[in-house]
Design a protein around this ligand. Structure first.
Ligand SMILES: NC(=O)c1ccc[n+]([C@@H]2O[C@H](COP(=O)([O-])OP(=O)(O)OC[C@H]3O[C@@H](n4cnc5c(N)ncnc54)[C@H](OP(=O)(O)O)[C@@H]3O)[C@@H](O)[C@H]2O)c1
Length: 330
């Protein structure tokens, strides 16, 4: 493979644009082909983002032999189907978060990646910016002492509450947990790993999806994560990690991390700012590209076993709520 990865995008909505912009800030890949269910839309998108090719169906893009990697940017309900379609045609796949609707779908995707010997990664882009790397460095250095608690939240009130939109439609696997709760939940895995005990509450709205939810995770040595997601109201969108020797406060918006305050016991608070170079999506695209070029099949920053464990936890949370998507019945 050349040093320049030829990317394809399937599903040309809001986040596809952000990713196309991110690709412009990477040095190891370019946008080669974009696919929509509507050819005119694909042609316009390709023109706008300098992609040399466009396709009027996702299948057409998957079958092209001149594409190395595909970014799946559709509603969650379509992730598993489209990721496996692309992998079965030999493509590496970067699949938007959440990786899928449930753990069973994630297992199928991981099996498919292994069978086709291709790289697969969940697009949890928050893990890749420099500030998040710095957070991992601080955690690994032991500078916080023994980490005891995490608080993190992601809540906002979408201006449109269209029941058919992907945020509220149950058929599209809408709801706050899968869409935005997955960020604080993923962060809790980065800090503590898999919880040993979970308590949770949610409010189900008119369309039957969780419009807000709270999650309390307990770990084997008594550590706790207190997490919240909401499509009903704006929240602080911060993360606070506290250890015996210090604290880290990741400022708004902690899911696109660029600024935090690091306070060591007995010291003055230190403001650490690491602004994005690019729009932030470039970091996951670059990391994925480097893995692909070096022949890796899994990311050490967002490993497949962790995406699976996160979905197992989200499945068990929905089980406690008594909430099912139709995909759970497949
Ligand atoms: N990383 C982040 O910060 C971030 C932010 C927002 C969203 N996301 C994730 O990205 C994914 C897409 O979100 P988005 O906000 O870009 O959504 P969006 O604006 O609604 O776009 C999704 C696109 O998916 C395609 N699609 C395929 N099947 C569809 C269906 N049954 N219904 C509707 N659209 C369908 C459509 O593209 P065509 O019409 O071109 O076929 C549509 O434009 C979600 O999984 C979400 O979790 C990530």
């Amino acid at each position: 493979m050349e040093k320049n990865i030829k990317w394809g995008i399937v599903g040309l909505g809001r986040i596809a644009r952000a990713f196309a912009e991110g690709l412009k800030h990477t040095d190891n890949g370019t946008l080669h082909c974009v696919a929509s269910r509507d050819l005119d839309k694909a042609i316009k998108f390709a023109e706008e983002w300098d992609a040399p090719h466009s396709a009027g169906s996702y299948e057409e893009l998957a079958k092209r032999e001149d594409i190395d990697a595909v970014y799946v940017a559709t509603p969650h309900s379509e992730h598993a189907r489209l990721a496996t379609l692309c992998m079965n045609h030999g493509k590496a796949v970067l699949c938007e978060k959440p990786m899928a609707v449930n753990a069973k779908q994630v297992e199928t995707m991981i099996r498919c990646a292994k069978e086709n010997n291709v790289l697969l990664m969940e697009g949890m882009w928050t893990r890749f910016p420099p500030l998040m790397t710095e957070i991992r460095n601080i955690l690994n250095s032991g500078a916080l002492g023994k980490v005891k608690t995490l608080q993190a939240d992601f809540g906002f009130r979408p201006p449109s509450r269209n029941p058919n939109s992907r945020l509220f439609s149950k058929a599209l696997a809408g709801g706050s947990m899968l869409d935005i709760g997955v960020y604080p939940i993923s962060l809790s895995f980065m800090v503590f790993g898999k919880p040993s005990k979970i308590s949770t509450e949610c409010h189900l709205g008119e369309t039957g999806v969780d419009e807000q939810a709270a999650y309390l995770f307990k770990y084997s040595e008594g550590q706790m994560a207190v997490l919240h997601s909401s499509l009903e109201g704006e929240t602080a969108q911060e993360a606070f990690i506290s250890g015996t020797e210090g604290t880290l406060r990741v400022h708004k918006q902690c899911w696109r991390p660029q600024k935090m305050t690091f306070t060591k016991k007995g010291c003055e608070p230190e403001l650490i700012a690491m602004p994005f170079q690019g729009n932030g999506f470039n970091y996951e695209a670059k990391s994925f590209g480097d893995l692909l070029l070096s022949g890796e099949k899994d990311s050490p920053i967002m490993p497949l076993r962790e995406s699976l464990a996160i979905h197992e936890v989200m499945d068990s949370i929905r089980e406690k709520w008594g909430m099912q998507y139709t995909m759970d019945l497949d």
